[in-house]
Ligand binder design. Structure first.
Ligand code: SPQ
Length: 428
């Protein structure tokens, strides 16, 4: 437990932050570098706890991975040379590691057991296990394979034509990764697009991939080739400081090196629609991933409705968007975000609890939130729910409260943003 006491700021934020590497892309860079033949160099890697779970999993399977700060060198002889782990793999808190690795382990010729922490052990895995079983995978676990720990008996699998029943990049990625090991073609159709980093990386590592509208097809090709990956800054981490800049009076912050892949930029659109002072500078692109600097300044905000196709493009930012909405005039309504209920915690319940404690006018709905603003916030004792995004939202809220905020345990922030408090201090 690391209790954290935060005092109100009472002055503007100003300065620059180099945003840490994107968590989704860091996981995938390790996965593809380990499956590929040859050397992969990853720069600006996120060395948070979740991504290190993915690194450790491949080390257990015999891949050489050297981590020096945020630079990784992976030396692998490819898929066919991975070896059976001698002990169960601990995926900690990481949903991405678990679901993507399931896709890989299903088609490898050995036996693996996987487990995680209390939060991960409650998250649904049947969304991945079901399509993998359709491909022929042999997976067992609690609740007929819905909950960790899971045991995977790798076997011969075959391609399927699968339409995603949930808006989930993890499910899409698990099926596409299994497709690398499967006989024939594997097709995934997503009715609503989700983040496309897996597709970008499949291309970069030389997989046989086609994209036709919302349908992605991958063909079994065991020879992926190692390549260099430069990871953009994580827009989901930048989001905390974008909101801080927008709500702390007098602030102006420059966030450098932010990933601006359109499948992730819903937060920028929301800030624009709410009337925030936000500008994008120095945009460029590397291996299909867009980067840029984002400048944000304090200004007046208005409530809006957030629903439909934008939801997967900002799903992880919703806790901090709820905080933003408490400082906007009028009502903000968030709909179609039922996926929040199965994240590290039920994020709808957690956000309502934390922001209500701090004096906000916020109500939960089945699939979202209704926030009435503008309200001034008070101090208080809040729970992080062991969820990094809830803890960081609470820390940003404390910048504008009238008295101290105590977070019961902020250690979970190391999952995705180990340097969060140093970065916050640098602009305070
Ligand atoms: O890895 P994990 O724990 O699932 O991480 C979260 C997060 O807030 O960091 C969700 F709790 O991000 C997911 C995201 O919500 C990361 C992700 C990915 O890298 O593919 C996709 C999203 O999840 P999903 O279930 O919508 O596919």
């Amino acid at each position: 437990m690391s209790e954290c006491k935060l005092q109100p700021l009472n002055k503007p934020l100003s300065g620059e932050i180099l945003v840490p590497g994107d968590k989704s892309i860091s996981h995938r860079a390790v996965i593809f570098g380990s499956l590929a033949n040859g050397i992969t160099k990853i720069t600006h890697f996120l060395d948070g706890e979740d991504c290190m779970r993915t690194v450790d999993a491949f080390r257990e399977m015999g891949v050489y991975i050297d981590v020096q700060d945020t630079t990784l060198i992976i030396k692998s002889k490819g898929i066919t040379r991975l070896v059976e782990p001698s002990q169960p793999l601990d995926f900690g808190n990481s949903g991405t590691t678990t679901r993507l690795m399931l896709g890989i382990l299903a088609g490898l010729p050995f036996f693996t057991t996987i487990y995680g922490d209390a939060s991960l052990s409650k998250r649904p895995m049947d969304r991945v296990v079901n399509p993998l079983r359709q491909m022929g995978a042999i997976i067992d676990g609690r609740l007929n394979g819905n909950l960790l720990p899971l045991a995977i008996r790798g076997t011969t699998i075959k391609g399927i034509d699968y339409t995603l029943p949930v808006k989930s990049a993890q499910v899409k990625s698990a099926v596409l990764l299994a497709g690398l090991f499967a006989e024939g073609k594997t097709k995934v159709t997503e009715p609503i697009p989700t983040r496309n980093h897996t597709e970008n990386m499949l291309k970069a590592f030389g997989a046989d991939l086609t994209i036709d509208g919302n349908t992605i097809t991958v063909t079994n090709k065991s020879e992926l080739t190692g390549t260099d990956v430069h990871v953009p800054g994580d827009i989901s981490s930048a989001a905390f400081f974008l909101v801080a800049g927008a709500i702390v009076p007098g602030s102006e912050i420059l966030l450098k090196n932010v990933g601006l892949n359109p499948s992730r930029t819903g937060i920028i659109e929301v800030l624009n629609k709410m009337g925030a002072k936000i500008q994008i500078e120095a945009e460029h692109s590397v291996s299909g991933e867009a980067f840029g600097n984002v400048r944000i300044a304090h200004g007046s905000l208005k409530g809006i409705t957030i629903e439909g196709g934008i939801i997967p493009r900002l799903i992880d930012e919703i806790p901090v968007i709820a905080l933003l909405a408490t400082q906007a005039e009028g009502t903000t309504v968030i709909k179609n975000a039922e996926e929040l209920r199965v994240k590290e915690t039920d994020r709808i319940t957690a956000v309502v609890d934390v922001l209500t404690t701090l004096g906000a006018d916020i109500t939960a709905t089945e699939d979202g939130l209704i926030i009435k603003g503008k309200t001034s916030l008070n101090g208080g004792e809040i729970a992080s729910y062991d969820d990094h995004r809830i803890a960081m939202m609470g820390a940003i809220a404390s910048l504008i409260t009238d008295s101290e905020v105590t977070i019961d345990d902020a250690s979970c922030i190391a999952i995705s943003y180990p340097n969060f408090f140093n970065d916050l201090e640098s602009i305070s």
